[in-house]
Design a protein around this ligand. Structure first.
Ligand SMILES: NC(=O)c1ccc[n+]([C@@H]2O[C@H](COP(=O)([O-])OP(=O)(O)OC[C@H]3O[C@@H](n4cnc5c(N)ncnc54)[C@H](O)[C@@H]3O)[C@@H](O)[C@H]2O)c1
Ligand SMILES: [Zn+2]
Length: 401
């Protein structure tokens, strides 16, 4: 059926709504480069060419922790020589926030694409943490206006959250993700075996995003996280992997069925707790990991929701306990500089444009959009989270500060 076309009387204005069919491909596997694993090869469509042209990029810290990866990739390409050709050697990109804080690295990456003559049908396979994939995703999105990106996230945060999304970007002007685009990846492969070398801080980091998405969308996931938090912290795969998977699925559902994948509307529900998290990351000079800052941000907005929007105190208390059981320290020195921290509200508003819109909670699984913050009560929420971090539950249940 033809889309409705509206023309005004003089026909000098034509507005035609249109949509573009995207496919989001998400796979779960183990040992993606293993001998009998065809998950990646099956995703690479050579089109009219005989062979898919593929360039591999690996996070420097992943390569250091898993040096066998280079050989595994090379052998994988040899095994699938009838389907794909590796373009150039395996590339290494700096891992961690450093890559997002140095705009000159982008040009270096683009030069490598250009030297290899990558085109819009070429594939860039990125293997790394959320930061490296954010920067690589940005260069891939702007080179020739978009190459095909296959993400293999190597952190829990990447596999539960950032790797599934359609956002990429780098930090500029000391502001998180100031420069970036929306771009749907060709595919995302969550390979659980890639997580094995993660440091403990990074291992737990992804689960604050899982708590967030559970709180917003899926009380069952929140229950699962609360019940298994200690086992997750101990890296018990039977507890950690189902939580990562459910979080990834909810993310995928939000993007493909939520009606606003490119965040054109006012609300950004998945950014619950992020106005302060992003600011805390910058205030701590990126000492705090994104997931650690999100844990604090989620704790603050959860307590604020209980003070202002009717979230039961018991639910708030449970969330803080869950985050603590997962191993998060719900405190950072920056948290006390509330005036600077509140600057995060304005930065958040600017990033989105229009009026300030935050997601808060009336109950678990009951998000609401709000356009105003009561700064006194927000200060109180911050104080309570900070006291909880030092003194535990009793601090939270106190009636007033
Ligand atoms: N695009 C999005 O939608 C989105 C969403 C959430 C977060 N993010 C961004 O993601 C970034 C955080 O990502 P992250 O939590 O994955 O951290 P990260 O990418 O900074 O990785 C943490 C550290 O672990 C290293 N590392 C990664 N995988 C490893 C492995 N398997 N073994 C050993 N070392 C490994 C990295 O090199 C880095 O030093 C932030 O910049 C955040 O803003 C983006
Ligand atoms: Zn986040």
């Amino acid at each position: 059926m033809d889309p409705p076309v509206s023309q005004n009387a003089s026909a000098s204005r034509i507005d035609v709504p249109f949509s573009v069919p995207f496919v989001h491909r998400l796979r779960f596997t183990q040992e993606v480069f293993g001998q009998h694993n065809d998950v990646l090869a099956d995703l690479l469509d050579p089109g009219e060419e005989q062979l898919a042209r593929v360039q591999f990029w690996v996070d420097s810290n992943v390569m250091e922790a898993q040096p066998e990866l280079r050989d595994k990739i090379n052998r994988f390409c040899e095994r699938h020589a009838n389907q794909l050709v590796r373009v150039g050697s395996v590339q290494i990109a700096p891992g961690g926030e450093e890559i997002k804080n140095d705009i000159h690295l982008l040009e270096k990456m683009l030069k490598v694409f250009n030297a290899a003559n990558l085109d819009r049908r070429s594939y860039v396979v990125g293997i790394g943490g959320g930061a490296m994939l954010d920067a690589l995703g940005f260069t891939v999105a702007v080179a020739h206006r978009g190459l095909r990106l296959v993400r293999l996230p190597t952190t829990t945060l990447g596999q539960a959250d950032s790797g599934i999304g359609v956002k990429n970007g780098v930090n500029l002007f000391y502001k998180k993700n100031w420069l970036g685009t929306f771009a749907v990846p060709w595919a995302v492969i969550n390979d659980a075996s890639l997580l094995s070398t993660l440091g403990q801080r990074d291992f737990i980091s992804g689960f604050s995003e899982a708590v967030k998405v559970g709180l917003l969308k899926d009380p069952t996931l929140l229950d699962l996280l609360c019940d298994t938090a200690v086992r997750i912290r101990q890296r018990d795969a039977t507890a950690a992997l189902p939580a990562i998977r459910r979080s990834a699925e909810l993310h995928l559902e939000h993007i493909t069925r939520g009606g606003d994948p490119f965040e054109m509307l006012e609300a950004r529900p998945l950014d619950f707790g992020h106005w302060s998290a992003h600011k805390l990351e910058a205030m701590s000079d990126f000492e705090l990991r994104h997931g650690e800052a999100v844990a604090i941000g989620v704790a603050i907005d959860t307590v604020y929701s209980s003070l202002v929007h009717g979230l039961p105190t018991a639910a708030a208390s449970r969330v803080l306990r869950c985050l603590s059981d997962l191993g998060f320290v719900l405190h950072d020195a920056a948290i006390h500089d509330t005036e600077v921290l509140f600057g995060g509200l304005e930065e958040f508003r600017q990033h989105l444009g229009g009026r300030l819109t935050l997601t808060m909670l009336q109950g678990v699984g009951q998000p609401i959009d709000v356009h105003q913050v009561d700064c006194d009560l927000m200060r109180q929420a911050i104080r309570r989270v900070s006291e909880y971090a030092r003194h535990g539950e009793d601090a939270l249940l106190k009636d007033s500060c």
